[in-house]
Design a protein around this ligand. Structure first.
Ligand code: DC
Length: 219
């Protein structure tokens, strides 16, 4: 079974997808982690993430890998577990940048499709329903009001001890959404056959229940 959940930053994709995968007894894959890992690897290895040419030239030397430790996904680049270094606001912006490059998207395509071919999966991202798994059994496009999404993201970062302020989080989120939706290659957009679910005002459990209803109605 393949379930595609796409949507903008902070719509609750990862927490909702993770919980649905658990209830269904299948695997969850966070595809954003791959773009984050490539962006952070570039930064750590002196590759200019703002130059597609430089990033594309580095790709043959990058070997990303997803491993599951129980239900927790870990991302490796060339054998180095990079998972704990990809959740900073800086990593978010780097991921958004490198994800706009066709070379990077093509590079990460097979890894994502192979994973879905080998596992029943709930996969979240921006282009899962449109590009990665166009024949997914269920496609959901999750959204919510941008202030509410920024508030959720802000709370997550504060809970992790990050030193951030709300206005910066909101501005970063709006910039990322704009960049992710307007890029030429595989932009963030709802697949024609995806169910649109707006989670504004919903609690986490309400959102999970609504997603599960959609999944159950399709299988
Ligand atoms: O979901 P996330 O915040 O971890 O994603 C980080 C960035 O990666 C996001 O700004 C856009 C990009 N991304 C993408 O282009 N396609 C995906 N399937 C997942 C993420």
């Amino acid at each position: 079974m393949q379930i595609a959940i796409d949507g903008p930053v902070g719509a609750g994709k990862s927490t909702i997808a993770k919980e649905c995968a658990k209830r269904l007894g299948i695997v969850y894959m966070d595809t954003g982690a791959l773009y984050r890992a490539v962006g952070v690897w570039c930064e750590e290895n002196g590759v200019d993430a703002h130059s597609e040419e430089a990033v594309a030239a580095a790709l043959p030397g990058i070997s990303p890998e997803i491993q599951l430790s129980g239900r927790v996904q870990r991302v490796f680049i060339n054998g180095d577990d990079i998972t704990d270094r990809i959740r900073t606001p800086g990593a978010s912006m780097l991921a958004s940048k490198v994800s706009s490059y066709g070379s990077v998207r093509a590079f990460l395509l097979d890894l994502q499709r192979d994973f879905a071919a080998k596992n029943s999966v709930v996969m979240d991202g921006r282009d899962i329903g449109t590009v990665i798994l166009p024949n997914a059994d269920v496609k959901i496009f999750l959204s919510a009001d941008s202030k509410e999404r920024a508030k959720r993201r802000y709370n997550e970062l504060i809970a992790k001890g990050a030193d951030v302020n709300f206005d910066d989080v909101l501005a970063d989120l709006e910039k990322r959404d704009k960049d992710d939706s307007s890029r030429a290659c595989a932009p963030l957009k709802r697949a024609a056959d995806a169910v649109l679910l707006d989670t504004t005002g919903n609690t986490f459990i309400e959102s999970v229940d609504r997603v599960m209803e959609i999944i159950n109605s399709k299988r």
